[in-house]
Design a protein around this ligand. Structure first.
Ligand code: NAP
Ligand code: MG
Length: 483
């Protein structure tokens, strides 16, 4: 069933001014799912103008009491929960992930609105002491109009991770979803409008990066850009935003280490390591895709992981038995498969490869078999470059010092997982690894109440928790002379 959807600008659903459209695909079948407006400068300009009016007229920001903003955010959360199953199915059809995973994403997206609704009334300032003759107030104010550019791997969740704290802070927003997965962001716009969010506070411009995202970087009416996506686009965004000194938050890629010590509880370490690479079809910025295994247990761990991976069932995300869906697009399919060729050409040996579905209905789908490579060196391309697919690279190590050196021998620094029953070793390793997020005896949890973001080339700034709110606020000092 092919649907036609529209962008959301200034509180109304509209076509692109040019009338141009593009198709979004169901990656399980390769069939067209919906026809979507290809927004460009004129549409983004209209969206920014609407966001600017909403901000400057105090329709949402300064003149609206924080508790009113909180009430609207709670209502958006309620709207997401009421539409949860519909949203989950839409997400599966647009990006391919298994339905259970999509349900978890939608649930967390609803919670994010609840969580930031709470913060809206609690973001207090400070009163630094300045002696008896003055009072010095440091207050927090919304940064302004925010351009929010997001990827396709967790379409609604990545969008809400920015929209909810931005709105809670009193900012207004223009959201640019990924071209592959625009549908749940548009559904969010409907839900937000029904919840009473004023026109212009959330706009959704669909389309391609340079045309629909690019104008957000150069429009002087945009105060801040928050971007989640690849390192290279992140560099471009920072460079473009520098011309107007826009505030920038970047959540970029990774090649995160997953370290299995010999004394780990393997009942947790084996499935945790596999899920940390193969979950979401491997399309996770924090995937623990470089797996370092203590030489003392290397052979046993490798064969246990192959056994675990052999239980992965590829299929349509709508089938409840499916544990791995298709990757998001034909381009991603080609990219991931080319890395499997790279690994072979570099001399890595394939320790495991899974099977793709034989259902003829899925013959046009973008299914990539999960693959485990054994590598002798951290210098191989499959150990250095972000593959963003279900490909694990396993490398042996000797001791803590060696594995810390290997773990840190990367341009990235998003996350790391450490598996051991020795708490001292765990904490010593956790402190030594240069990454923004470290898990001990787990992999991948990203609680909304926590922190997210990377060191080095994995980004600038932090999301989730109070840190995200902070990213959408300016601080102002008001100094009052008392004598
Ligand atoms: P991407 O190619 O960088 O695209 C991300 C977003 O930026 C998309 O909406 C894209 O539009 C847009 N874009 C591309 N070029 C642009 C330009 N010149 N100006 C403005 N916007 C532009 O990344 P992706 O392939 O969608 O996502 C995968 C990457 O995201 C991986 O590197 C992954 O690690 C990273 N990621 C990071 C996190 C994190 O929290 N650190 C989370 C998830 C994903 P199009 O849709 O047209 O390309
Ligand atoms: Mg799609």
């Amino acid at each position: 069933m092919r649907e036609t959807v529209q962008a959301f600008i200034g509180g109304a659903f509209v076509d692109a001014a040019s009338g141009e459209t593009f198709d979004t695909i169901d990656p399980a079948t390769g069939e067209v799912l919906a026809t979507v407006p290809a927004c460009a400068a004129a549409d983004v300009g209209a969206a920014v103008a609407a966001a600017r009016v909403a901000f400057d007229s105090d329709r949402w920001s300064g003149a609206v009491a924080e508790r009113e903003r909180a009430t609207v955010l709670h209502r958006i959360a309620d709207g997401i929960r009421a539409a949860a199953e519909e949203l989950a199915e839409l997400e599966v059809r647009d990006c391919g992930k298994p339905i259970a995973d999509a349900r978890a994403d939608i649930d967390e997206a609803a919670f994010m609105f609840e969580y930031y609704a709470g913060w809206a009334t609690k973001a207090a300032g400070d009163i630094p002491p300045v002696g008896p003759d003055a009072l010095n107030l440091v207050v927090k104010e919304p940064v302004g109009v925010c351009g929010l550019i997001v990827p396709w791997n967790y379409p609604l969740l990545m969008a809400v991770q920015k929209v909810a704290p931005a709105l809670a802070a009193g900012c207004t927003t223009v959201l640019k979803p990924a071209e592959q997965t625009p549908l749940t962001a548009l559904r969010l716009a409907t839900i937000a409008a029904a919840a009473g969010l004023p026109d212009g506070a959330l706009n959704v411009v669909t389309g391609f990066g340079p045309a629909a995202g690019g104008p957000l970087l150069t429009d002087p009416r945009v105060d801040k850009v928050s971007f989640t996506g690849s390192r290279d686009v992140g560099i471009h965004i920072m460079r473009e935003c520098a011309a107007q000194l826009k505030r920038v938050t970047l959540e970029l890629g990774g090649k995160s280490p997953n370290i299995v010590f010999a004394d780990a509880d393997m009942a947790g370490a084996i499935p945790g390591t596999c899920d940390g690479v193969f979950g979401n079809q491997g399309q996770v910025c924090s995937a623990g895709s470089r797996v370092f295994v203590d030489r003392a247990v290397y052979d046993d761990v490798l064969s246990a992981m192959a056994t675990h991976a052999s239980a992965i069932r590829l299929g349509s995300g709508l089938d409840p038995e499916t544990t791995m869906g298709p990757v998001v697009s034909a381009a991603q399919y080609d990219r991931v498969r080319s890395y499997v060729d790279v690994g072979r050409a570099e001399g890595a040996s394939v320790a495991f490869t899974g099977t793709t579905p034989d259902d003829p209905a899925l013959a046009g789908g973008y299914f990539v078999a999960p693959t485990i490579f054994e590598a002798t060196s951290n210098d191989l391309r499959i150990a250095r470059e972000e593959i963003f697919g279900p490909v694990m690279t396993v490398i042996p190590f000797g001791d803590v010092d060696e594995v810390v050196r290997l773990a840190n021998d990367t341009e990235y620094g998003l996350a790391a997982a450490i598996w051991t029953s020795d708490i001292t070793k765990a904490l010593r390793t956790a402190k030594a690894v240069r990454a923004g997020v470290v898990w001990i005896n787990d992999s991948q949890p990203a609680p909304t109440e926590g922190l997210w973001g990377g060191f080095k080339h994995s980004g600038i700034g932090r999301e989730l928790g109070p840190y995200a709110l902070d990213a959408y606020q300016e601080r102002k000092q008001i100094y009052i002379k008392l004598s």
